[in-house]
Design a binder for this molecule. Structure first.
Ligand code: SAM
Ligand code: SF4
Length: 326
C-alpha cells in the first residue's frame, strides 16, 4: 500500500519484547527498567494475526526485533507461523547475538531468512562497557554459526561513538574484507533521553567514510538484499561490504518503506514519531479483521513525510529504543 507521499510500505518491524539480556548504554537505562509484564504485551498468536492483517495491506517483509527478540519464549514457533502467511516472503531478525548460536538451526528451519547482529566493539572490555553485561565471545560464536549454516546476507550493525569505539572503524572494515559480512556503520541517535547520548559522541557517516577512505577504496553499486536505508560499498578484494546508515546527518525518510509494531501492540509509522495507534486495545475490544485493516491503513496513510529528530525533539520521545524496536 502506498502512503500519502507515494512510498510503498511493505515492511513491518515487529518488536516481540521489551526485555533484553544486555543493557547497552545508548539504548536502555541500567536500572528502573519499565519492563512490560506478560499481561501487557501481545501474545504470539496476536502478533501472528496482526502480521496476517499487515500482509493484507501489502506487507511483504517482516523483521523481528525488541528488546532482544531471542529472549521471547517460543520465538521459533512465531517465525514458523509468520512463514505460513500468504504474501510474506522475507522474515529477518535483529539480535545482539548472545543466544543465537544454540538456536541458529531451529530458527532457520522455521523460516528465518536473514539476520542482523548488533556489534559495536571487537574488544572484549569495550564490548562489556557498552553492553554493561555482554560476552563478546558469545556474539562471535553466533556470527560464526550463522556463516556456517549459510545464512545470507549476514549484517553487522555498528553504532559509532566518539571516544568509545571510533578507533575500531578500520577493524570492522577489515572484518568485512575477510568474512561474508555486511558491516553497516550507524549514527548514534538521541532516542528516549538517555544520559549516555551526547552530541559530541556522534560520529557522522561522512566522518566514518573519511577514516575508511584513508586506507581503503570504496566501490559503489552493491545491492545487498534488504539493505533498506544503508548505502553499501565493496572494498577491493573483500567478500563482505560496508554500509552507512545516516539517520541524523542525511535522513533517508524519502525511501522509508516501513511501519513498526511495539511489543505492547502500538502501531507506529515512524521510529522517531510520537503518533501511535493502539492495536492491542482493538484486540481487547474483539476487533474484526476489517477493523484491524482500517488501523493499519490509517497508520500507512498518515505516515509523516520525514522525522524531525535533527531539529531537537528526538530526546523527548517517551520511548527508548528497546521500547520501540530498533
Ligand atoms: N536487541 C537487538 C539488538 O541489539 O540487535 C534488537 C533491538 S536493538 C534496539 C536494535 C538496534 O538498535 C541495534 O542495532 C542497536 O544498535 C540500535 N540502537 C539502539 N539504540 C540506538 C541509538 N541510540 N542510536 C543508534 N542505534 C541504536
Ligand atoms: Fe538490548 Fe539491543 Fe538495546 Fe542492546 S541495543 S540493550 S541488545 S535491545
Amino acid at each position: 500500500m502506498f502512503d500519502s507521499y507515494a512510498r510503498n510500505i511493505d515492511y513491518l518491524r515487529v518488536s516481540v519484547t521489551n526485555r533484553c539480556n544486555l543493557r547497552c548504554k545508548y539504548c536502555m537505562p541500567e536500572e528502573g527498567l519499565a519492563d512490560l509484564g506478560h499481561t501487557s504485551i501481545l501474545t504470539l498468536e496476536e502478533i501472528a494475526r496482526l502480521v496476517r492483517i499487515g500482509a493484507r495491506v501489502g506487507i511483504r517483509k517482516v523483521r523481528l526485533t525488541g528488546g532482544e527478540p531471542l529472549v521471547r519464549r517460543n520465538i521459533t514457533k512465531l517465525i514458523a507461523d509468520i512463514a505460513q502467511i500468504p504474501g510474506i516472503s522475507d522474515i529477518a531478525i535483529t539480535t545482539n547475538g548472545m543466544l543465537y548460536a544454540d538456536m541458529a538451526e531451529e530458527l532457520k528451519a522455521a523460516g528465518l531468512t536473514r539476520i542482523n547482529f548488533s556489534l559495536d566493539s571487537l574488544n572484549p572490555e569495550t564490548f562489556k562497557y557498552i553492553t554493561r553485561r555482554g560476552s563478546l565471545n558469545e556474539v562471535i560464536r553466533s556470527i560464526a554459526k550463522a556463516i556456517e549454516i549459510g545464512m545470507a546476507p549476514i549484517k553487522i550493525n555498528t553504532v559509532v561513538m566518539k571516544g568509545i569505539n571510533d578507533h575500531e572503524i578500520l577493524d570492522f572494515v577489515e572484518l568485512a574484507t575477510r568474512m561474508p559480512l555486511h558491516v553497516r556503520f550507524i549514527e548514534f541517535m538521541p532516542v528516549g533521553d538517555l544520559p549516555f547520548y551526547k552530541t559530541d559522541r556522534v560520529v557522522t557517516v561522512n566522518e566514518v567514510r573519511e577514516i575508511i577512505e584513508q586506507k581503503y577504496e570504496l566501490y559503489k553499486g552493491v545491492n545487498v538484499q534488504g539493505n533498506g536505508p544503508a548505502k553499501s560499498y565493496h572494498i577491493h578484494s573483500g567478500i563482505g561490504t560496508i554500509g552507512f546508515i545516516s539517520a541524523m546527518s542525511d535522513h533517508f525518510c524519502g525511501e522509508c518503506n516501513r511501519i513498526r509494531m511495539t511489543a505492547d501492540g502500538k502501531l507506529r509509522s515512524c521510529l522517531f514519531g510520537k503518533e501511535e495507534l493502539n492495536l492491542r486495545l482493538a484486540l481487547q475490544n474483539h476487533a474484526s479483521d476489517e477493523k484491524l485493516i482500517d488501523i493499519f491503513s490509517k497508520a500507512i496513510r498518515e505516515k509523516p513525510q520525514r522525522h524531525h529528530m535533527d531539529e531537537g525533539w528526538g530526546a523527548d520521545n517517551k520511548r527508548k529504543m528497546y521500547q520501540i524496536g530498533g
